[in-house]
Design a protein around this ligand. Structure first.
Ligand code: AMP
Ligand code: ZN
Length: 435
């Protein structure tokens, strides 16, 4: 039933005991790093400061800025000879974020990944194609180690080159693939261009999708196009990468592995815990990492803990789909808008193609939302009246959702920019914000 029977189904009281013991160990390990040693000594904090999981609130938060300011070694608690790998963000703005791992950390991560995949119904009989960049990005090696630990035949395909991805799927009878959702829409178009139907011409039955925000509507589309089940996978490089939270076969939220992470949901403004079930910022503490423990890391991701028990029997809490990051939200004409609200509207419409772009611009002195939407080929080449009608429908539905009337432009499939990695949904060109 489970990858690790005991750990995945621990009674909540036992789980909390394990968390407290691991938290104490984590604080001790953290105090070997210059950053935490200095901070906790100043504040008179130590492993003895925590007696329950709730005592975590006595400790200060850690932010991405703290990581950047102490780049590269300020958070490292072990000598370099103990380390076996690092992963880092691209660092296009300021210092990159780097996470170091020792052998234990890599082993524990591989195990969490294998547990996650098993939880989504993937077994050692599967052929697993990992459509993800290998290298410093964690989606490559992070998945690779988990796939191997589980015992699937792995195809380390890397990202991009859709015709090659399709060929690999056909040559080796791929049954499971992992990719970012925005890419899968494009991959489907290439299937069609090649005169293939993934439902008939592949053995795919499962996708693992994650690494970027996406809506339930997007998931439904992917499932229908490919005739698969698509499971949501959540992670961030500061917490290893993938393998932090994963959907089980009930697809009703993402089990977050609480033996490895202590989870809090806080109000991003007051930083106080929100009542159970309310949306707030996810704050996480590593409980099983030796080289570079992070305590109360503010992820900026907005979500909530779902109430109730999961029929699968796992006792670890379930996170709701991430609605976005607090820094993704934009304010236009006084309204707070998340890009996923717009995606939710678009992906319900069968005429809409795979991509869209939201541009915020100042036009004749007023702030406007320009919404470019790719339309499926047969629609785009069809009747102009039909396109105008679609444009009016999108305008009205988006206005109802975000309370601001967008300027909608329907564009040809494939015409919007396709970044190599995660989708970029919003372009900010407003004068007032940029001056
Ligand atoms: P990175 O550290 O570059 O892998 O990026 C991690 C970030 O990607 C997270 O903090 C989230 O904002 C986002 N992310 C990862 N997985 C998901 C997911 N399943 N749903 C929504 N956002 C996600
Ligand atoms: Zn479950």
């Amino acid at each position: 039933m489970y990858w690790e029977n005991e750990l995945e189904t621990l009674e909540r009281t036992d789980l909390e005991k394990l968390q407290v013991a691991r938290l104490k160990k984590t604080i001790q390990a953290a105090m070997n790093s210059p950053y935490y040693k200095n901070l906790y000594t100043q504040l008179g904090l130590s492993a003895d400061s925590v007696k329950s999981a709730a005592d975590i609130r006595k400790l200060p938060f850690t932010t991405k800025q703290n990581l950047r300011d102490n780049f590269p070694y300020g958070f490292l608690g072990l000598p370099q000879k103990e380390l076996i790998r690092l992963h880092s963000s691209s660092g296009t703005t300021g210092n990159p974020t780097v996470i170091f791992h020792n052998r234990h950390d890599i082993d524990s991560w591989a195990n969490l990944m294998a547990r996650s995949l098993y939880c989504a119904g993937i077994r050692d009989t599967d052929v697993f194609q990992n459509i993800s960049g290998y290298g410093l990005f964690t989606g490559g090696l992070g998945f690779q180690y988990g796939i191997e630990r589980l015992g699937c035949l792995s195809i380390p395909a890397g990202a991009g080159n859709s015709p090659r991805q399709i060929k690999l799927m056909q040559d080796y009878g791929t049954t499971v693939a992992h990719a970012i959702p925005s890419y899968l829409n494009r991959l489907y178009e290439v299937f069609l261009e090649e005169g293939l139907d993934p439902k008939k011409d592949t053995k795919l039955h499962t996708f693992v999708i994650g690494a970027e925000p996406h809506t339930e509507e997007q998931r439904q589309r992917i499932q229908e196009m490919f005739g698969v089940k698509a499971y949501n996978s959540f992670g961030l490089s500061e917490m290893n990468g993938p393998g932090v939270a994963f959907e089980c076969t009930y697809q009703n939220g993402l089990h977050i592995w609480e033996d490895a992470y202590l989870v809090e949901i806080v109000n991003p403004d007051t930083l106080e815990p929100v009542p159970d079930g309310e949306i707030g910022e996810l704050v996480m503490t590593t409980l099983d990492r030796e080289a570079m423990p992070l305590i109360r890391y503010r992820t900026r991701d907005l979500t909530r803990i779902l109430p109730g028990e999961c029929p699968c029997g796992r006792t670890h809490a379930r996170l709701d789909r991430i609605t976005g990051r607090s820094d993704d939200m934009f304010i236009i004409k006084g309204c707070n808008v998340f890009p996923m609200q717009i995606e939710g509207v678009l992906m319900k419409l069968p005429e809409v193609g795979s991509d869209y772009m939201i541009t915020l611009d100042t036009i004749n002195g007023a702030d406007e939302v320009l919404l470019e939407v790719e339309v499926k080929k047969d629609w785009f080449n069809g009747d102009v009246n039909r396109l105008e009608k679609l444009s009016r429908t999108i305008t009205a539905l988006v206005r109802d959702e975000i309370l601001v009337k967008p300027i909608v432009k329907l564009v040809e499939p494939g015409s919007l920019p396709k970044p190599e990695g995660k989708a970029v949904r919003v372009k900010e060109l407003r004068k007032a914000l940029n001056s």
